[in-house]
Design a binder for this molecule. Structure first.
Ligand SMILES: C[S@@+](CC[C@H](N)C(=O)[O-])C[C@H]1O[C@@H](n2cnc3c(N)ncnc32)[C@H](O)[C@@H]1O
Length: 316
């Protein structure tokens, strides 16, 4: 992004100087500041869904700052500090998702039960990862799914996965549990805690930015659709390039994001603006999540649906 464009987008971000009395005042904003300082200024009990993608416990440069790998005890203290700072913002019915690599997951998984009810641990096979000469390539991440209480939203029908049917079994001449369409044979399956349908954003995708650890919109869309309803409030205290905010906007939810790096806040604002013109989420088409490498099929389905709509209109 050119420096003048970056300055314009960064100037759209806010910064809090005092406690926020009414949560409406911070809805749909990106706050450029330190998360721990800012969260303390937020009102109580207004968040329906918390999505946290913290710096993992490894050396990583985030713009002008570098997160340094710490001892497990220090990373545990860091995690407990942000949990302590954020927990007052959560409704009793809120869900909380926390992303980790395998090493960070051992620390976070160990302390989560102290604060939340652990519901599940999702494993995301993210496909790409750096190869290593003396170790296995790191190509998975964990996402812990926890809730504040036993009352929580889970919209299972909104996060079904569409797979191509390899062996189209028929019973009494009819497809069993699958659908025959002009675009192919598909089965919509219940979502499991192993996600192998999502790639990291690569350079040719419109959602891609220069953020070093950007999450795919498709991944965040699953969390948002399963664990919130339209109009609900979603908080992300380590917003990075804005993925949670962008997905919330595309799916008619409200958001609040905090990110300390000005450049990443600018990426987030630019992506939020782009969402006005293009609300699509790659890999989420026709109300379902598609397995990997099905873009051409998805486009075929979209084309057929729009042709059907045109036909229906001309019959009126
Ligand atoms: C793992 S990245 C999040 C990436 C994000 N999910 C995305 O899709 O772009 C973590 C982010 O937290 C930010 N960060 C680190 N410490 C922070 C703090 N104390 N307050 C606010 N942001 C912080 C970093 O600059 C980085 O962008």
């Amino acid at each position: 992004m050119a420096p003048d464009e970056m300055a314009v987008y960064a100037s759209c971000c806010s910064r809090l100087t005092a406690s926020v009395a009414a949560y409406n005042d911070i809805l749909d904003t990106v706050i450029q500041d330190d998360a721990l300082r800012t969260l303390k200024l937020f009102p109580d009990a207004f968040v329906d869904l918390l999505i946290v993608d913290p710096p993992y416990n490894l050396d990583k440069a985030f713009g002008s700052t570098t997160f340094k790998r710490m001892s497990s005890d220090d990373y545990r203290s860091f995690t407990e500090r942000w949990i302590e700072a954020v927990k007052h913002t959560l409704k009793a019915t809120a869900s909380v998702y926390i992303c980790c690599d395998w090493r960070t997951s051992m620390i976070i998984g160990d302390i989560l039960g102290k604060y939340f009810t652990i519901q599940n641990r999702i494993t995301w096979q993210r496909e790409k990862g750096r190869g290593a000469m003396h170790n296995w390539k790191n190509s998975m991440e964990d996402i812990w799914f926890t809730t504040v209480s036993d009352r929580y939203t889970f919209n299972v029908d909104d996060v079904k996965m569409r797979r191509r049917v390899i062996a189209p079994y028929k019973a009494e001449g009819k497809p069993k549990d699958w659908t025959e369409t002009e675009a192919g044979n598909f089965r919509d399956t219940f979502p499991s805690n192993f996600w192998d349908d999502i790639s990291i954003p690569y350079w040719s995708m419109s959602e891609n930015t220069d953020h070093p650890t950007q999450k795919p919109e498709k991944l965040i869309a699953k969390l948002v659709l399963a664990s919130s309803n339209p109009g609900d409030v979603i908080l992300d205290p380590f917003l990075g390039s804005g993925t949670t905010a962008v997905v919330a906007k595309k799916l008619d939810r409200r958001f609040v994001g905090i990110e300390c790096e000005a450049a990443y806040c600018a990426y987030a604002q630019k992506r939020l603006k782009m969402a006005d013109d293009n609300p699509e989420i790659q890999g989420y088409t026709d109300g379902v999540f598609w397995e990997r490498n099905t873009l051409a099929l998805q486009q075929k389905v979209v084309k057929q649906e729009s042709q059907k709509n045109v036909k229906n209109l001309s019959h009126r």
